[in-house]
Design a protein around this ligand. Structure first.
Ligand SMILES: *[C@@H]1O[C@H](CO)[C@@H](O)[C@H](O)[C@H]1NC(C)=O
Ligand SMILES: *[C@@H]1O[C@H](CO)[C@@H](O)[C@H](O)[C@H]1NC(C)=O
Ligand SMILES: *[C@@H]1O[C@H](CO)[C@@H](O)[C@H](O)[C@H]1NC(C)=O
Length: 320
């Protein structure tokens, strides 16, 4: 009877993958790195909720430097998303570090244009006066002026038009809300792919998707929310990235990345990346994005962490 028992254990246990990792940067001050976007030229734009300055780094440089791109007075930075080639939306607000919430009335989405190659053009595109805590930001394919902002405290998805400044609620659902009062985080990372909005809910430990419709420049929920996978124990999902095969690599507190392969229902979870014992270990990962440029860059996943790490993972060897 031993064999069937072992077999069932093997079937239930989450797989663990070990892939080559490299520490690209360790912030000397341990700056909390929150979110990143990869420019068409391969350079990384990195936000921090502890800094007013957007930074840029060339991950292919031998000794990468953490360069200043732009400073946004009095606010710090959260989600960033590319809406058109080398044009970005960025969430900025005044963070109350005592309550870990936004100071009411300070949330805005900025538009930053790096596409000219000349001076950086930055303007405040819209205030989100009724926002509570906008965390992740996503572009909407086919809608070059729209972003969706994850209001992690209110359990809402805001739609912001970065050209007209119009702000509206695109979706609101209990599945977006945290299951506990602030500072619990609900919807956190979000990305649109193939007519679906994929999102994590940190406090509820879920990775989910929901069909959306885009009509007349407005995004709306188009069907029921489907939970694709859950975290266990102390694990919590933050932002995530799709690879070219459609797998999802979700930054997972406190020390791993969780791999999903939608559209499998329920058991889309494929395993976790455990860099324990490898030269670099993840310390509270926050977001992930694939490199751009040659084939090697496209298979390199860049991960930011709360402890100020930028880690490169060579995902070429993944076989699920
Ligand atoms: C930044 O905050 C300071 C102090 O509260 C204030 O005097 C200043 O006007 C603010 N600047 C901007 C650009 O909001
Ligand atoms: C942060 O929140 C605390 C508790 O509500 C409050 O006393 C404080 O004034 C807030 N700080 C700012 C900058 O709003
Ligand atoms: C969490 O536990 C459930 C039930 O055992 C399992 O199906 C799921 O894959 C686990 N999730 C992770 C991320 O390990």
């Amino acid at each position: 009877m031993l064999f069937p028992l072992l077999l069932s254990l093997v079937v239930c246990a989450a797989a663990s993958f070990t892939l080559p990792t490299r520490l690209v940067l360790q912030s000397p001050t341990g700056l909390f790195l929150e979110n990143l976007a990869v420019r068409p030229n391969g350079k990384l734009l990195i936000t921090s909720p502890e800094s007013s300055t957007l930074h840029m780094l060339d991950p292919t440089a031998e000794n990468p430097t953490f360069d200043e791109v732009h400073t946004f007075p009095n606010v710090t930075l959260f989600g960033i998303a590319e809406i058109q080639p080398d044009i970005y939306g960025i969430i900025a607000f005044v963070l109350n570090v005592t309550t870990l919430s936004a100071v009411p009335g300070t949330i805005a989405i900025w538009r930053m244009d790096l596409s000219s190659g000349g001076p950086t053009v930055v303007n405040k595109a819209a205030d989100v006066p009724d926002g509570m805590f906008l965390d992740g930001l996503a572009a909407v394919p086919g809608e070059p002026d729209l972003v969706l902002g994850a209001d992690t405290a209110a359990g809402r998805v805001w739609q912001i038009n970065l050209r007209t400044g119009v702000v509206r609620i695109a979706a609101q659902d209990d599945a977006f809300a945290p299951g506990a009062p602030p500072p619990a985080f609900g919807i956190n990372g979000l990305h649109v792919r193939g007519g679906d909005l994929y999102f994590t809910n940190s406090q509820k430990k879920t990775f989910s998707r929901v069909p959306i419709s885009v009509r007349g420049g407005n995004v709306a929920q188009g069907g029921p929310i489907q939970v694709l996978g859950s975290a266990n124990g102390t694990d919590e999902f933050d932002d995530f990235a799709f690879d070219s095969a459609g797998r999802v690599w979700a930054a997972t507190l406190p020390n791993t990345l969780t791999l999903f392969f939608p559209p499998a229902q329920g058991n889309g979870m494929r395993g976790q990346l455990n860099a324990q014992g490898s030269p670099v270990e993840f310390d509270s990962p926050t977001s992930a994005a694939f490199g751009r440029g040659g084939v090697a860059q496209q298979h390199t996943l860049y991960v930011t962490t709360q402890a100020g790490q930028l880690i490169a993972i060579d995902t070429t060897g993944i076989r699920v």
